[in-house]
Design a protein around this ligand. Structure first.
Ligand code: HEM
Length: 485
């Protein structure tokens, strides 16, 4: 007998794992061969639906350590003491391509962080960009359709990408970011992470603040040119995964310093930009970065499928002291993620080890459903209120209420004094060095010149002209030169 016996799923020993059972030596297979049937059937079921966006990703565990006192702004338990450490899991990703794409591509990167706090899991599901392409969730499915593979050609089409952007002037800021030098990170370790949205913090006194999160890489920013990326993507499509895995295996643990911008809630209404518009940043001179702590990744997952593919992050997993702002995009996301998880992983995905709370336990009256793994003590009641000491509400809101006014309706987001779709894109362009401007223009022209329709090209050019006269002129010249070739 071998030391460890190979068994079927139900634990029975397997006699032969090399030859299927047949009727006679040269005969057909027998349906009584449980091991063969089970093995083939199980194999057919190995894949689950990939994420509809951010399908390709890499993950790692680590910790977050508070380095600075932020108790004046939030009573979040995991942030309440300098030196306090909280276990985290971070999943990085690319956005647009399917699971079988490449890592080294021009695309935003996801930066999804789960803090396993003593008051529940806090998910901060951000990107490596401080802004985004659109500001209303109603546009998200159309936007993503334009970026992913075309239903007829089966590949990503510059025509679709730029046609969507022709109709989305608010994307000009993020396009300027994406086509610039930071548009292709050299690895997941060499980029920043941003919460991107504005969130709300509440302190012990009930005072509300609006905050933006910035995770600055301590490895330094490193990026690839379009040419370098094309070569790397061909040689090792998993270049980011290779880099992260090997760095952590070698003990070279990547880290980020977390800063926040903090706006007292009362200042939001009159700020020069709508603080809840995801296509805008808050200039640091208005709201300087304040250091909060350090994020370190020091452990690779043991199993990529179980822990990375099945990881589920949801922007509506808040903890006391932290809540949403009225940003419409964020509000849309509060619905979208848990819904996606219920479809992709099932209603009991919160019981999987990577998703379940680690520093506390979930205690509620939710029950049963497909693949329920949790067994409950016999005496536990499955209704509330009850007279048997079941878990009960605290009566304390997680975050301060948001002020509202006006009527229901399909409103555009309110415009503040300096709000338009182009000003901040122009500011970003003007910040760039001459060389970076040149690379930005070449990257834009490389894509835009592949569009066949003049009207789509013209609409896009108008956006760059509106951002900055020089920016518009240079993109226009570069596109014309390439289209005439
Ligand atoms: C209304 C706009 C948006 C909608 C409806 C949306 C929806 C989704 C959905 C359905 C997924 C797949 C979830 C899964 O299957 O596990 C996803 C993944 C993701 N989204 Fe969004 N998204 C939006 C905007 C954003 C923005 C603005 C950011 C960043 C600031 C972002 C960051 C991410 C990340 C990082 C992931 C991957 C999470 C992971 O690693 O599992 N998304 N999004």
């Amino acid at each position: 007998m071998p030391k460890r016996v190979l068994t079927t799923e139900s634990g029975a020993p397997v006699a032969d794992n090399q030859n299927s059972a047949t009727a006679g030596a040269g005969g057909p297979l027998l349906i009584q061969d449980q091991h063969l049937l089970e093995k083939l059937a199980r194999f057919n079921r190995e894949r689950i639906p990939e994420r509809v966006v951010h399908a390709r990703g890499s993950g790692a565990y680590g910790y977050f350590e508070v380095t600075d006192d932020v108790t004046g702004f939030t009573h979040a338990d995991f942030l309440n003491t300098v030196g306090k450490r909280t276990e985290v899991f971070l999943r990085f990703s690319t956005v647009a391509d399917n699971l079988g794409g490449a890592d080294a591509v021009r695309d935003p990167r996801g930066f999804a962080l789960k803090f396993y706090t003593e008051e529940g899991n806090y998910d901060l599901v951000g990107n490596n960009t401080p802004v985004f392409f659109i500001k209303d969730p109603l546009k998200f499915p159309d936007f993503i359709h334009s970026q992913k593979r075309d239903p007829f050609t089966g590949k990503q089409e510059p025509e679709n990408v730029w046609d969507f952007w022709a109709h989305a002037p608010e994307a000009t800021h993020q396009i300027t970011w994406l086509m610039g030098d930071r548009g292709i990170p050299a690895s997941y370790r060499h980029m920043n992470g941003y919460g991107s949205h504005t969130y709300q913090w509440t302190n012990e006194q009930g005072e509300a603040f609006f905050v933006k999160y910035h995770f600055k890489t301590n490895q330094g920013i490193r990026s690839l040119s379009s040419e370098q990326a094309a070569e790397i993507a061909g040689k090792d499509p998993n270049s980011h995964q290779t880099d992260l895995l090997q760095a952590i295996e070698r003990g070279v643990n990547p880290s980020w310093t977390l800063y926040v911008q903090v706006m007292p809630a009362a200042e939001a209404a009159d700020y020069q930009f709508n603080p809840f518009d995801l296509t805008k940043v808050w200039p640091h001179k208005d709201y300087p970065l304040q250091r909060v702590g350090r994020l370190v990744l020091d452990r690779n997952p043991d199993n990529v499928f179980a822990e990375v593919e099945q990881a589920a992050f949801s922007p509506n997993n808040f903890v006391p002291g932290i809540g949403p702002s009225p940003d419409k995009m964020l509000q849309g996301r509060l619905f979208a993620y848990a819904d996606a998880h219920r479809y992709r992983l099932g209603v009991n995905h919160t019981q999987l080890a990577v998703n379940a709370p680690k520093a506390t336990t979930a205690d509620n009256y939710g029950r049963d459903g497909l693949m329920a793994a949790n067994a409950y003590a016999r005496s536990r009641k499955n209704y509330e209120p009850n007279s048997f000491d079941g878990p009960a509400e605290t009566g304390r809101a997680l975050s301060a209420p948001l002020a509202i006014s006006g009527y229901t309706g399909t409103h555009e987001a309110p415009a503040h004094a300096k709000d338009d779709d182009f000003y901040q894109a122009g500011e970003l362009y003007r910040l760039m060095s001459e060389e970076e401007k040149g690379r930005l223009v070449a990257n834009i022209a490389g894509g835009l010149s592949q569009v066949s329709r003049d009207d789509i090209v013209e609409k896009n050019l108008a956006h760059f002209h509106a951002a900055d006269a020089d920016y518009g002129k240079r993109v226009e010249e570069a596109v014309r030169a390439l289209r005439e070739d």
